[in-house]
Design a protein around this ligand. Sequence first.
Ligand code: CTP
Ligand code: MG
Length: 238
Amino acid sequence: MKNKISAIITAAGKGERMNSSVKKQFMLLAGKPIVIHTIEKFLKADIFYKILVTLNPEDMQFARKLFFNEYKFPQNKFIIVNGGETRQQSVLNALEVSPSDRDIVVIHDGVRPFVKVEEIKEIVDIVYEKSAVSYGLPVKNTIKSVTHNEVVNTLPREYLWEIFTPQAFRFQIIYDAHQQSLDTGFFANDDAELVEKIGVPVFVLEGSPENIKITDKFDLKIAEAIMSKNMNSTQKRR
Ligand code: CTP
Ligand code: MG
């Protein structure tokens, strides 16, 4: 049987740090909502049986219109999922949708529109061998642990990577990791940490520094710069 690969794109957050009236996943970059840029990368990869998108119930109607009327995304490829209070809960809700139907799942933040199509394909190739894979990058700055504005200690930089998405897993591993965290009340910022917690090694691939998470207004400026650089280079190639 052909392996069934699905994607979960998380877009159910409130974007509190962005502090804007329109939620950041729907803010425009080059005239297009950020989450649309992100989803288009996954459609272009053309390897997904289903793309699950987590949304806040209050955005459902608007988002459905955006996806299926305005951008004409193929409805049969998509499953819209109610997000939860936390990102972890949103991902769990998406994992609970027809779990027996999936072998590999790729999880990605809806607000990382600069992921490359090749990166999506590469992580899927590698997850068959490694079972749990994340993108990351060695940190460039010195990282110190600080409490009440005082340095506690300096962490050895040669071992430090910042970790981002996409992350890819064999379905059963990420599903078990989420279930166990639910049972024990363990909370993590990313899915890889839940997998680490159940003792499964996570392989890290070096990703592109352009794959930023748009978190606040400053990131939006960087995103605009990346977008116009990418558009200029596409025009030059023509
Ligand atoms: N997300 C989600 N469900 C949540 C919280 C977050 O699906 N309950 C999604 C966000 O929409 C975003 C991604 O997970 O695409 C990464 O989260 P983050 O950057 O923290 O976004 P927000 O939680 O929306 O922002 P903030 O933390 O500033 O409120
Ligand atoms: Mg958040």
